[in-house]
Write a protein that binds this ligand. Structure first.
Ligand code: AMP
Length: 234
């Protein structure tokens, strides 16, 4: 299955993309995570992306598209992928389609997580990320073995912090960028008949169940032999 995730910052794209990728046994590709890792490691890509990210702006397409193209053409993406945070504008969407078409492929689904803006804002302003492994935790998380909320990452023991671009100022800018640049993708994928709208308000399990159901209703399910599983040689 080749899918992209759509929705406001805080809609739950990262969490659900990870679950979905695990369900289908395909890679979860987050452009935001790729950029954050590059920033942390101080690579040339990280140095280029940092200022844009800090301002809640989009990293230029000529940087972003090349990274995604290379990633989706790697061997482990032969059976598909779940893209999270890409595309963010029409140009990226068109270039993704063109890259896939060159290999005789196409997207199977654009999963749109629908949440009210106030829910997204609440999730973003209360979320914490691990400074070590990058795991994300929502309000009331993570919990230790005794069930109480703990202040370090249970997966790697490192401290938790707010993502620099989750501050209220930067978030406002990210919402603006979503409205202007990313929202038109809803029509773009709607017109192509691959948009799957899913109510993203609820528990992680409940939302995931709705996504699986929404995909199944379109004939997309793990293990099925369909367009998603044909593995057209690159
Ligand atoms: P995310 O983790 O998806 O919220 O992304 C964090 C930040 O990384 C964004 O606010 C952008 O600055 C940058 N970024 C992530 N994905 C893209 C993309 N597809 N195009 C441009 N910038 C991106």
């Amino acid at each position: 299955m080749r899918a992209v995730m759509l929705g406001l910052p805080g809609a739950g794209k990262g969490t659900q993309a990870e679950r979905l990728a695990g369900h289908f046994g395909i890679p979860h590709i987050s452009t935001g995570a790729i950029f954050r890792q590059a920033v942390q490691q101080g690579t040339p890509l990280g140095r280029r992306a940092k200022a844009y990210m800090e301002q809640g702006a989009l990293v230029p397409d000529e940087v972003t598209v090349g990274i995604v193209r290379e990633r989706i053409e790697s061997e482990d993406c032969r059976r598909g992928f779940v893209l999270d945070g890409f595309p963010r504008n029409l140009e990226q969407a068109r270039r993704l389609d063109a890259a896939l078409e060159r290999n005789g492929q196409g997207l199977d689904a654009a999963v749109h997580l629908v949440v009210p803006e106030e829910v997204a804002v609440r999730r973003i302003t209360s979320r914490r990320v691990c400074t070590g492994c990058g795991a994300t935790y929502g309000a009331g998380e993570p919990r230790g073995e005794d069930g109480s909320v703990v202040g370090v990452c249970p997966q790697c023991g490192q401290s938790l912090a707010q993502r620099a671009d989750d501050s209220e100022d930067v978030l406002r800018q990210r919402l603006l960028v979503y409205e202007t640049n990313t929202k038109p993708l809803l029509d773009y994928y709607g017109e192509r008949g691959i948009r799957v709208d899913v109510d993203g308000d609820g528990s992680v399990d409940a939302v995931f169940g709705r996504i699986v159901e929404g995909l199944r209703a379109r004939g997309i399910q793990a293990g099925a032999v369909g367009r998603a599983e044909q593995g057209t040689p690159l």
